[in-house]
Ligand binder design. Structure first.
Ligand code: 2RA
Length: 313
């Protein structure tokens, strides 16, 4: 494993924890854990030892000694802490929405738009829902072009971070309810317009008609999406299955549930059928929102950077 000096900011959170697991599985040795003052001084397990969590301050991150820093913190914290990390000489892979839609910042789903990785010091890791959708749409786009996309999402509690997990754990299973915990921005939730804007940027289809309705469900891990796709040229369900099966980030499944996807790397896609109310196809996709939807994609971006030797020496 290359001698790369890695920092994980937000190391005690849901995505940070999975990031550490994935880095450990891949044999990265030189890893430092960072978090807010509240968690600093705690320890987190890493390859049979304990890492002492350091406080993520601008000074600590600007001090140098880090080649690559994974950020899984809120938007405001990323805005404050990413620039010092870059000044310190690191390439940053940021999971917040602070940089995703900025011109000049690549928004990368590995396996979908690897070419967007262009030597920028900040790489944005997309919203988990946009990531899942892009993995499904790209093979269909390649097969027949995309004319229009509609979807309804069923997003798990862990998408709302530790607070969402704690909230779900605090209620009795029979008392679980649907939620809509995103900010309303006009008629849409922020999650809904982000899904459209990020998918358009990832697929480089700035005018793709895309409309989403997002809902939080009482499930711990695994986001589900019911997707209706109209393609530019005709695409039968069998042709769609063939296109999706050829993607290394998608696996076909009969009736995949969030529990089937939890802990798995691929987006599971099933129920591929004609949309009897329109011209296109209907399908169902589930994904582990903490893995390909977050930590795994970040680690895959790092692996691409390493393969291209695009990290500071
Ligand atoms: C959610 N995709 O599930 C968002 C943020 N992780 O709320």
């Amino acid at each position: 494993m290359p001698d790369v000096h890695i920092g994980v900011v937000g190391a005690t959170g849901a995505v940070g924890t999975v990031t550490l697991e994935l880095l450990a599985e891949r044999g990265f040795e030189d890893v430092r854990a960072f978090a807010s003052a509240r968690s600093a001084g705690r320890t987190v397990p890493y390859t049979g030892r304990e890492l002492v969590v350091e406080e993520a301050t601008p000074d600590a991150l600007a001090a140098g000694g880090l080649d690559l820093v994974f950020f899984s913190v809120g938007t405001e914290a990323s805005r404050e802490l990413v620039p010092p990390a870059v000044r310190g000489g690191a390439v940053v892979i940021d999971k917040s929405d602070a940089y995703r839609l900025r011109d000049g910042i690549p928004l990368v789903v590995v396996g979908v738009n690897d070419h967007a990785l262009d030597g920028s010091e900040i790489v944005a890791n997309p919203n988990c829902s946009a990531m899942q959708l892009a993995c499904v749409l790209e093979p269909l786009r390649e097969a027949a072009g995309l004319a229009r996309v509609r979807l309804a999402t069923y997003q798990s509690a862990s998408g709302a971070g530790d607070a969402g997990i704690e909230r779900l754990r605090s209620i009795a299973p029979a008392e679980g309810d649907l939620g809509m915990d995103w900010e309303l921005d006009g008629e849409e939730f922020s999650e809904e317009w982000k899904l459209r804007a990020e998918t358009r940027k990832i697929l480089e289809l700035p005018k793709l008609p895309l409309h989403a309705t997002c809902v939080r469900v009482p499930v711990l891990v695994g986001h589900a999406q019911a997707v209706w796709v109209e393609t530019e040229s005709p695409l039968s369900p069998d042709e769609a299955r063939e296109a999706l099966a050829s993607s290394e980030h998608v696996e076909l499944a009969d009736l995949p549930t969030p529990a089937d996807a939890a802990g798995r790397d691929k987006v599971l896609v099933g129920r591929i059928r004609r949309d009897t109310a329109g011209d296109g196809l209907a399908l169902w996709a589930v994904n582990d929102n903490l893995r390909k939807g977050a930590a795994l994609n970040a680690v895959q971006i790092a692996e691409l950077l390493l393969a291209r030797r695009a990290l500071p020496a």
